[in-house]
Ligand binder design. Structure first.
Ligand code: GRF
Length: 209
């Protein structure tokens, strides 16, 4: 059984997608052992509690430094025997201590086709606003391994979503979530749980079943 720790900050729709895929058997062999929110009262915590998943707040604002916050997050992961950390709408920065402790065991969902519209400051609606401003015809979502530099780790999966002429940042965000994020994040977790992700330099090769 792969124990997953999910880091959240907001609504938790990606967490819900993982829960749903465990419930329907797609992610058999996976277990969410804890959900940790950087913000008190995040609705993602309510989603976890509905399924009796341990759901705790480790509020970023209560820690003076990234290093101290890393230590608190590491403890919460270790308390629940977490083997894979999934960042699902997590809005705080993970520091070197956390990333080294869970090296190559942290994945993140980003709402764009990295390397476009990503990096520091690109979160929530912003990647979608920038895609619309730029006039790209295609955007999407990316699941990648997490390294110290924001949104720069080896890419695991991507899925494209076509932009419509009448899209707003909100309509685009919703479609990217529905058609891309909620599909590729559980798929990446499944591949990881089956040992089918192989690092080749900076590239991730997916082994056939
Ligand atoms: C999503 O767009 C996700 O890609 C980004 O945060 C947003 C909210 O995610 N990382 P969630 O609904 O809290 O899962």
């Amino acid at each position: 059984m792969l124990n997953i720790g999910v880091l959240v900050s907001g609504g938790g729709t990606n967490l819900q997608a993982i829960i749903d895929k465990i419930e329907d058997g797609y992610l058999k062999g996976c277990n969410i052992s804890v959900v940790v929110s950087s913000r008190v009262g995040a609705y993602a915590l309510e989603r976890a509690r509905k399924y009796n998943i341990p759901a705790i707040s480790v509020p970023r604002k209560e820690y003076a430094s990234i290093d101290e916050y890393d230590s608190a997050l590491i403890k919460s992961m270790e308390d629940y025997d977490v083997e894979l950390v999934v960042m699902a709408g997590f809005l705080s920065v993970l520091g070197e201590k956390f990333i080294n402790r869970f090296k190559n065991k942290i994945i993140n969902i980003h709402p764009s086709l990295i390397p476009s519209f990503c990096g520091v400051g690109y979160y929530g609606l912003i990647p979608h606003q920038k895609a619309l401003e730029y006039g790209v015809k295609v955007t999407g979502a990316t699941v990648h391994f997490v390294e110290l530099e924001a949104d720069a780790g080896p890419i695991i999966l991507q899925k494209a979503v076509y932009i419509k002429d009448d899209d707003t940042p909100e309509t685009l965000q919703k479609r990217v979530m529905e058609q891309a994020e909620w599909e590729i994040l559980p798929e990446a977790i499944k591949l990881y749980s089956e040992g089918r992700l192989v690092m080749e330099g900076r590239k991730v090769r997916i082994l056939e079943k």
